[in-house]
Design a protein around this ligand. Sequence first.
Ligand code: TXA
Ligand code: MG
Length: 319
Amino acid sequence: MEIISNPTQDEIEKAAKALIDGHLVAFPTETVYGLGADATNEKAVSRIYSVKGRPTGHPLIVHISSIEQLKNWAKNIPDYAIKLAREFWPGPMTLILERSPLAKDFITGGQDTVGLRIPAHPIAQKLLEAFERLGGSGIAAPSANRFGAVSATSSDDVTDEIGSRLNANDLVINGGSSRIGIESTIVDCTRDAPFVLRPGAITGEMIENCLSTKLFLSVEETKTKFSGSFKSHYSPKAQVKLSGIAKPGDGFIALSKILTPSGAIRLASPKDVNQYAAQIYSALRLGDTKGLKTIVVILPEGNGLEEAISDRLSKAAFG
Ligand code: TXA
Ligand code: MG
């Protein structure tokens, strides 16, 4: 595996070529790092599953560079989905749409829907453009972490998580820390109204304001197979606790205005909810690096990005 930092255009093109040749390329996005493969290459995509240790049959998000590509991967796209795409792409949102024949079972987990996203990170965009110039249609990319573990928000996280499982021709592109820090909002667009499967930086309120409609609300209503919907996910080795007081030797994560309990080890002091999201995964990783057994987290309160943070941390704390 080769690591490329702040890639030149030549290096971007080399990475795009590696994807076309069936290798894996981990790359930065504004949400978290993705582990990319050519989304039409079954063999390459199957390596994503083995490198991640992800159970087969869990669908992957296909990344594309422009809205024009939507119709290659999806059909019967509802008007409201186009509206969301125009408003929030490139950005931290994934749309679930009825699949076209291009989206094979090995991408969709055998479902008739496909997840699509246009990421905003300049390196991700350049990589997608170079890949498409070489004839590629889309890059399948889950978060670049082992299944069930904490997502990677830096290239060091990627190499710690999966570096030893990558091959000589695979690449890791270092593009700095992920600006947003938690995975994209996933919006199911296969019903009359949008339905948020996974909260993220594009909040329910932003979607409702964009469309002047109400969202579907209950997660129980969906039958779609959805790995982020496991109760336990995003878990560090340490036990995450969302209640109780941190004891001496426990890790502690809270907004900076909240004081550290005596003897506890502060892992992050974000000033606001945006910083909170951007720092949460690296703070959990830091707890593991320090070998802590318990990490106590004080959740931020609110129904914007706070909801996505609570979602991830509740899953990190489960079990
Ligand atoms: O921000 C993100 O979305 C990152 C970056 C790399 O783009 N990707 C990411 O991928 O978080 P992953 O595979 O870790 O999580 C994608 C989630 C999974 O829970 C998967 O089940 C769900 O999206 N998903 C993908 N396609 C789907 C589909 N057709 N129907 C329902 N859920 C789907
Ligand atoms: Mg993931």
